[in-house]
Design a protein around this ligand. Structure first.
Ligand SMILES: [Zn+2]
Length: 225
């Protein structure tokens, strides 16, 4: 039996599955551990399973490779990557601490009224999701959007691209998939948004630094168990 047998089967739409759909199905399978670390991912087998030609599968695998979720081995094809170890997680958060507090400070001075409304709406939506049964998934998506909105509000496309290339949310989500979302996170986000809305750069920087440091501590706890 192949690991790929664990993937969801697809209905009648399979024949028209596009690279985007193949990509989302595979990405979810890597994130939730259906495809565990170091699993062999054979393009031909996937194409047969999904009933599509090899082209969308190859496109999807190339995107997953740039996400850092699969890697191509010469002659052996694709395998899923390992989970981050504590040292790699430490490096990722060191980089986030270089990028994000300063970005939050710039957001406080450069944001438009529309940015402020979008940030406030995002926090309000997150508060509404805390008691939902799928809170962990909903709030993980909220986290992605919140940090993205802060980068947009700071108007520095280069910093935003550098941040996106770390794919930090994918890797931390994969690491803590079975975890529970800590409601403190939403309060920390609310403090960042409040400072950005007030136009207070120093306060926004401090609030973001505190949030990223606490996120790092929460994730490192997982390695102690
Ligand atoms: Zn966050």
């Amino acid at each position: 039996m192949s690991t790929l047998d664990a993937l969801p089967t697809l209905g009648a739409t399979a024949r028209v599955m596009l690279a985007d759909e193949v990509y989302s199905v595979l990405q979810q399978a890597v994130l939730d551990g259906t495809l565990p670390p170091s699993a062999r991912v054979n393009a031909g087998e996937l194409a047969r399973r999904f009933g599509v030609s090899p082209t969308p599968v190859r496109e999807a695998l190339a995107r997953l490779e740039s996400d850092g979720l699969v890697e191509k081995h010469p002659l052996k094809g694709y395998r899923t990557t390992d989970l981050l170890d504590p040292a790699q997680l430490g490096e990722l958060f060191e980089l986030r601490l270089l990028l994000e507090p300063g970005t939050a400070g710039h957001a406080a001075t450069r944001r438009s009224d529309t940015d402020v409304r979008a940030l406030q709406d995002e926090v309000a939506r997150a508060r509404g999701a805390i008691d939902e049964p799928d809170a962990y998934a909903l709030l993980s998506q909220h986290d992605v959007r919140l940090h993205d909105l802060v980068f947009r509000s700071a108007r520095n496309a280069t910093a935003h691209t550098a941040y996106n290339r770390t794919h930090c949310h994918l890797h931390t989500y994969r690491l803590s998939y079975t975890g529970t979302y800590v409601p403190d996170t939403v309060d920390e986000h609310a403090r960042i948004v409040e400072a950005i809305a007030e136009g207070d750069a120093k306060k926004a920087e401090r609030a973001m630094r505190t949030h990223v440091e606490r996120s790092r501590s929460r994730l490192l706890l997982k390695f102690d168990r």
